[in-house]
Design a binder for this molecule. Structure first.
Ligand SMILES: [Cu+2]
Length: 140
């Protein structure tokens, strides 16, 4: 009788262990999906803040850069605001090759970069140290 109970407990324990394993696998898979929406965004964006004769372009830095394509005004003073929001890995090593700009971005907080005023038709590319994350600003 006692042995029977122990066997039942063993089976119960195995079932619980399996449930915990399955739940944690599901949790890990869903958190992976949630952690990379920024990198997979490819939507266009206008310069988000634009007041009169200047503009501020905001790019979120987290698991890559977002948005990936940005339309901006040509011929007006432009600030590129890199908004670090839980940034990690190589997207924090940031380059704008055309302007000779390279810097380390913080894991959180804003970094303003003066882009000056760019000519119509200029494309500026921002890229991480390894070149796997990038975004482009089209000035028109
Ligand atoms: Cu990289």
């Amino acid at each position: 009788m006692k042995k029977n109970i122990i066997n039942h407990l063993k089976i119960l324990f195995i079932v619980i262990a399996l449930l915990v394993a399955i739940i944690s696998i599901v949790f890990v898979l869903s958190s992976c999906k949630n952690s990379s929406p920024v990198a997979s965004k490819t939507e266009n964006s206008s310069a988000s803040i634009s007041s009169g004769d200047s503009q501020i372009i905001e790019v979120t830095v987290r698991g890559g850069y977002s948005p990936r394509r940005i339309d901006a005004k040509a011929g007006v003073p432009t600030i590129l605001r890199m908004v670090s929001d839980g940034a990690y890995g190589c997207e924090t090593a940031f380059y704008i090759p055309k302007l000779g700009i390279s810097m380390m971005l913080p894991s959180s907080g804003n970094t303003d970069i003066d882009l000056g005023s760019q000519d119509k038709g200029t494309k500026l590319t921002g890229v991480c140290s390894m070149g796997m994350y990038s975004f482009v600003i089209n000035f028109n």
